[in-house]
Design a protein around this ligand. Structure first.
Ligand SMILES: Cc1cc2nc3c(=O)[nH]c(=O)nc-3n(C[C@H](O)[C@H](O)[C@H](O)COP(=O)(O)OP(=O)(O)OC[C@H]3O[C@@H](n4cnc5c(N)ncnc54)[C@H](O)[C@@H]3O)c2cc1C
Length: 350
C-alpha cells in the first residue's frame, strides 16, 4: 500500500502539519502532504498505524503487511514521524475503545499552537449497545470490541485470548456484523447466527457479502430484532427476538421494520456480538476553542473545504461522515489534504 503515490521522495520545507489518527484517511492525507513538501507528524493512540485496516478488518481482507509497508515507506522515505500510544484530546480525555494502549495524552490546543495546520481523522471508536434489557451481561460484546481483541491478541499486544463461542448470535447487517460472524466461525464457534431486522436486500454490507458468509456456514436470519438478552447467573444464555415486517419507508428511504406482536422467540447463545453501529470519536467533547462536534451525530463539523471552525484545522474520514468504507475514508482524507494545502499556499507558509 503506497500512501505517498504522487512522488518518490519528499522535499519538506513548506510547513509543519500534524495528522491526528493514523487510519486510511490520515495516512492517505499524509502521503499527499509529504509529496506537496510538508513535514508531517502523525499522532496515533494505538501501537501501530493503519486504524481499522489493522485492528478491525480481518487480515485476509486487507493484508497487514501491505499496510505496514506503506507506513514504513512514509517513515523512511518521507521523514514522517509517528507518535504511537499517544491520544490527542481537548481537555480531560474521554475513554473510547482501543484506549488501553495510551501512555501519553497531548492536548489538542497545544498542537493547534505548534503546527501550521492540523488534520483530525480519529474515526469511530465507540460502539452502540443493543439497548435492550440484559445487554451488559457477561458474554455480550460489540462487534468491534470482539474482532479488535482478536487482532490485538494475534499481533502479540495482549496475552488474553478472546472467548470462542459455542453458539454465537450476531446482531446487525453491516460490515462489522459480517466480520464478527466470520471471525467467530473461523475461531471455532459451532453455530453462528447472523440476524438482521430488515431483509438481505437492505443489509448495508450488501447481498453478496451476506451470501458469502452463509456459504461458509453462517446462518442468516432476517426480519427479527432483539427484545432482550436472556441472562442466567450474569451470563448470556440466549437472545429473545421479535419477528418484524417491512413497513413504509423511513427517513433513510429504507422500509421501516415493524415488530409483529406475539412472535417473540429465543435463540440460545453463549456469545452475543452487537454490530448495531459505531459512533464517531472526535478528539474533543462538544467544542474546543471553535472546533465543534455535532451534539447528536458526534461528527466533527466541517465546511465544504473540510475545514472546522478554526481555519487551520481540517477533519476527514469516518469522524466527519460517520461509519463508512475504506475507499471513502481515503477519498475524504485526500480531499481535506488538498484543501489544507491550498489554505497554507494562500497563507504562504514556508
Ligand atoms: C469491524 C469493521 C469492519 C469493517 N470492514 C470493512 C471492509 O471490509 N471494507 C471497507 O471498505 N470498510 C470496512 N469497514 C469500514 C472502514 O474500516 C472505515 O470506514 C475506515 O477504516 C475509516 O477510516 P478512518 O481513517 O476515518 O478511521 P479509522 O480507520 O478508524 O482510523 C482512525 C485512527 O485514529 C486513531 N485515533 C482515534 N482517536 C484518537 C485520538 N484521540 N488520538 C490519536 N489517535 C486516535 C485510531 O486509533 C485509528 O488508528 C469496517 C469497519 C469496522 C468497524
Amino acid at each position: 500500500m503506497k500512501f505517498a503515490f504522487m512522488c518518490k521522495k519528499g522535499q519538506g520545507g513548506r510547513g509543519k502539519v500534524a495528522v491526528v489518527g493514523g487510519g486510511p484517511a490520515g495516512l492517505a492525507a499524509t502521503g499527499y502532504l509529504v509529496c506537496q513538501g510538508y513535514e508531517v507528524d502523525v499522532y496515533e493512540k494505538l501501537p501501530l498505524a493503519g486504524g481499522l485496516m489493522m485492528f478491525g478488518i480481518p487480515p485476509y481482507r486487507i493484508p497487514r503487511d501491505s499496510v505496514l509497508e506503506g507506513v514504513e515507506d512514509l517513515e523512511k522515505n518521507f521523514g514522517v514521524k509517528f507518535s504511537y500510544r499517544t491520544k490527542v484530546f481537548c481537555g480531560e480525555p474521554r475513554h473510547d475503545e482501543g484506549d488501553e494502549f495510551v501512555s501519553n495524552v497531548i492536548d489538542l490546543k497545544k498542537l493547534v499552537d505548534e503546527y501550521d495546520a492540523l488534520l483530525l481523522t480519529t474515526g469511530i471508536w465507540s460502539s452502540r449497545r443493543l439497548g435492550v434489557p440484559g445487554d451488559n451481561a457477561k458474554g455480550v460484546f460489540s462487534a468491534l470490541e470482539y474482532v479488535y481483541s482478536w487482532w490485538v491478541y494475534e499481533l502479540g499486544y495482549s496475552t488474553h485470548k478472546p472467548p470462542v463461542g459455542n453458539k454465537v448470535v450476531v446482531v446487525g447487517g453491516g460490515y462489522s456484523a459480517i466480520d464478527a460472524a466470520e471471525v467467530s466461525l473461523m475461531k471455532g464457534a459451532k453455530e453462528v447466527y447472523l440476524t438482521y431486522r430488515r431483509t438481505i436486500k437492505e443489509a448495508p454490507a450488501g447481498e453478496y457479502e451476506v451470501r458469502r458468509v452463509v456459504s461458509e456456514g453462517v446462518k442468516w436470519v432476517e426480519l427479527i430484532q432483539p427484545t432482550k438478552v436472556v441472562v442466567s447467573n450474569d451470563r448470556v444464555v440466549g437472545v429473545e427476538f421479535v419477528k418484524m415486517r417491512l413497513g413504509e419507508p423511513d427517513e433513510t428511504g429504507r422500509p421501516r421494520p415493524v415488530p409483529v406482536p406475539g412472535t417473540e422467540h429465543v435463540i440460545e447463545a453463549d456469545l452475543v456480538l452487537a454490530a448495531v453501529g459505531e459512533i464517531p470519536t472526535p478528539p474533543l467533547s462538544t467544542e474546543c476553542d471553535g472546533i465543534k462536534a455535532d451534539p447528536k451525530r458526534r461528527t466533527i463539523v466541517v465546511n465544504e473545504r473540510m475545514q472546522t471552525g478554526v481555519e487551520k484545522v481540517f477533519a476527514a474520514g469516518d469522524v466527519v461522515t460517520g461509519p463508512s468504507m475504506i475507499g471513502k475514508a481515503i477519498g475524504s482524507g485526500l480531499k481535506a489534504a488538498t484543501h489544507l494545502d491550498h489554505f497554507l499556499r494562500a497563507k504562504k507558509v514556508m
